[in-house]
Design a protein around this ligand. Sequence first.
Ligand SMILES: [Mg+2]
Length: 335
Amino acid sequence: MGIAKILIVDDRVENLLTLESLLDEPDIELVRATSGIEALGLTLDHDFALVLLDVQMPGMDGYEVAELMRGNKKTKHIPIIFITAAFRADVQVFKGYECGAVDYLFKPLDERVFKSKVGVFIELFRHKDALSKKTRELDRKLVELEELQQQLEETNERLHLLSTTDGLTGLLNKRQFDTTFEEEWQRGIRTKSPLSLLLLDIDHFKAYNDTYGHAAGDDCLKKVAMAISDAAKRNADKVARIGGEEFAVLLPETDPEGAQHVAERLLKAVSSLDISHRGSLAAEHVTTSIGLSTIVPGQGYVQRDLLETADAGLYRAKENGRNSTWYHAPGPLKN
Ligand SMILES: [Mg+2]
């Protein structure tokens, strides 16, 4: 508990001595002033818990001091106890309260009353002091908390990115593809719009790795991934790496013609990377085979039907000499 400073103001030194003897406590520090002007100066230099202010002083009297204190931002909230020898008159009490006095004591001071009144203000001051310390502490904690919150969000974002993307290519990973596929399927059911799926394989990729090594293989995967990403232009299109050299592209609200168009563009995009591939039987550079299919979700089909028909398309594209696309229509409804 800190020391509470009290300013005692009286033009008569013997009165100051009386106050000092009454307030001789270890946790109270007294600062004395013998005039109103001196008192005002001191209120600007110190943080007082309380001012004991003599009303009758030559020059500037206690009321004037109080008025000037109320007019200053730093001193306007310091409590004041007026001490007056004047006859207890209602008009004086009123005058005191009008300029902001918080209490009134009459000379000669009754020790018990005096001490209990001062004690109340000291207690209030300590309470206020403790509160403002707590407030500052809380403010500091709040700042810390906000920083932690920020760090947590960043960590979560990184974690989310790590758990949803493929480390090598930055595309969606298989797990996220499954989630996205499910979401798009459900959305297709609601909007009754066609959902297209492209499955894409790099032709003779095992041979590529055998010929050029795995580092070059990774490099090739990255380039192909970027080409696919660039070629699937719409924001809604979801591109994923779902296996070693297998990619999938989901095209929401896309009919077979549109899907075929995107497939051709992807085929060309990878081909024009012109990555030489001596081990390929399909061409002298890296090419792809793309199978695709389109289903309006929920119109008698299940999600797996789209995956299986696109996969069947991929099989046909490979059978067809690779470096080609194949649209496979969904089979007839089973019931
Ligand atoms: Mg006096």
